[in-house]
Ligand binder design. Structure first.
Ligand SMILES: NCCC[C@H](NC(=O)CCC(=O)O)C(=O)O
Ligand SMILES: NC(=O)OP(=O)(O)O
Length: 311
């Protein structure tokens, strides 16, 4: 594997899920990372991605450098040809060219603007990393996708051992305007499994066709939950009314009453979760979210190992 930005990058994404489960059973079997360095670049906050990816690298014997560009770096210019006499101090071309000289793999986290659909959906930021980096680039969540999260989600679902699980990706409320990356990516990855997938969301919160093609869309959350094996909750802002938050009249918070409609369904969320907004404490406390977060380590390890073996 030469990069990890979406489900199209691994040669066999299903094999990657299996590989991660093998690593989970025996995490210290490879020293493929010896004398190799991983660089992790953050434009946005992170707890799980930051810690699980570092831990994965340590399991492989790698060294890790973390750069919080948003806090510790110069202010980055992303446009070409700009006369940089304003507040941006370093061009992305120079920053990435330099950083990639210090590392063997470069991970980057960047959220969308949620103001300019074209910039976000053309992956304006991470595509400049792939353009200027001299080493493989790994997405730590980009404008439109969060592949390490989705891989961990598939590992978690695989561990449940349910044959053709009924999976419902449900929109849930949130006070802020959030990206579509997690739900987009979840749909992209779950489609490679045999799961029966339904997207449950209020009118106006449908996702881009490239992700929802072949996915059932349901606007009645109660109906969608009936018989589900997995409820994967997430808030996102509108794709159609880009980056907006159209009013939702009914209550989409996930409650124990709604979970009771499922087939003893398991509740999943990528975290961080706003308790008693996205889902009630009762739902969150009876969920598999910590196992899901733990699997981020093995998702990252499988990806790093496959890239290291191809260097
Ligand atoms: N990395 C996983 C989720 C990251 C981000 N969540 C957030 O920004 C939540 C922030 C808050 O709750 O205020 C998202 O939705 O894509
Ligand atoms: N799920 C996830 O990516 O968490 P962080 O934003 O804390 O890294």
């Amino acid at each position: 594997m030469k990069q990890f930005l979406s489900a199209s990058d691994p040669e066999d994404p299903r094999a990657l899920v299996k590989k991660a489960l093998v690593l989970k059973a025996n995490p210290f079997q490879s020293s493929a990372g010896k004398n190799r360095t991983l660089g992790l670049v953050f434009f946005n906050p992170s707890l799980r991605t930051r810690m699980s990816t570092q831990k994965a690298a340590f399991n492989l014997g790698m060294n890790v450098m973390v750069m919080n560009v948003d806090k510790d770096g110069w202010k980055i210019e992303f446009n070409d040809g700009t006369v940089m006499n304003g507040d941006t101090q370093e061009h992305i071309k120079d920053a990435v060219s330099v950083m990639s000289q210090y590392v063997d793999i470069l991970g980057v986290r960047t959220f969308p603007s949620l103001q300019n659909k074209e910039d976000d959906y053309s992956e304006k930021v991470i595509s400049q990393f792939t353009r200027y980096s001299t080493v493989p680039v790994v997405s730590l969540e980009s404008a439109t996708r969060h592949p390490l999260q989705s891989l961990a989600d598939l590992i978690t679902i695989e561990e449940l051992g349910i044959k053709r699980p009924k999976v419902v990706l449900s929109w849930a409320p949130h006070p802020k305007i959030l990206p579509q990356a997690v739900p987009n990516s979840f749909l992209e990855w779950i489609k490679i499994t045999d799961a029966d997938i339904t997207l449950a969301c209020p009118q106006g919160y449908e996702l881009a066709d490239e992700f929802t093609n072949g996915v059932k869309i349901e606007h009645d959350q109660y109906h969608a939950f009936e018989g589900a094996d997995i409820i994967y909750a997430k808030n996102w802002s509108s794709y159609v009314h880009y980056g907006q938050k159209p009013e939702v009249k009914s209550d989409w918070t996930i409650t124990a009453e709604k979970m009771a409609l499922t087939n003893k369904g398991k509740f999943m969320h990528c975290l961080p979760i706003r308790r008693n907004v996205v889902a009630t404490d009762e739902v969150v406390d009876n969920s598999i979210i910590y196992r899901q977060a733990k699997n981020r380590e093995y998702a990252a390890q499988a990806v790093l190992q496959e890239i290291l073996e191809n260097l």
